[in-house]
Design a protein around this ligand. Structure first.
Ligand SMILES: [Zn+2]
Length: 132
């Protein structure tokens, strides 16, 4: 585990999370992740802290409203989301693309698992997922 900081584009939202980036991160084909190209590294609630921007975010809820999609109301970037009903309970998904201090080669080395969220099959890869 290492502590990383992640920020939105304009800098209003800053978070900190303890992550193991040698473990799988996630791309999902559901209708909201597809539009946002969200790339999540998983953090447990006690490993995640909002450092700045609590009042600068807007929350988007849809469908069964069990996942919280937060985005900066100034620049629109999603630094993190919250899953309230996952196989491991409540967890935070930190947007890997928002993590500070990583080089292109570091991003390239991070393992990615694609999941079929579009069909509620979170344990399975999508049948057609190469575009993720
Ligand atoms: Zn912002």
């Amino acid at each position: 585990m290492k502590t990383y900081r992640a920020t939105c584009h304009c800098g209003a939202v800053r978070v900190e999370a303890d992550l193991d980036l040698t473990q799988p991160t996630f791309r999902c084909n559901c209708s909201v992740c597809r539009r946002n190209r969200f790339w999540a590294a998983v953090a447990r609630p006690d490993s995640f802290r909002v450092l700045a921007g609590d009042g600068e975010m807007t929350q988007y809820l849809w469908g069964r409203k069990k996942n919280e999609h937060w985005f900066c109301k100034h620049c629109g970037v999603r630094v993190f989301g919250i899953g309230n009903d996952t196989p491991i309970g409540r967890m935070y998904g930190v947007n890997v693309g928002c993590i500070e201090g990583l080089e292109d080669a570091d991003f390239e080395a991070i393992p990615v698992t694609c999941v079929d969220g579009a069909h509620d099959r979170w344990e399975s890869a999508p049948e057609h997922g190469r575009w993720l």
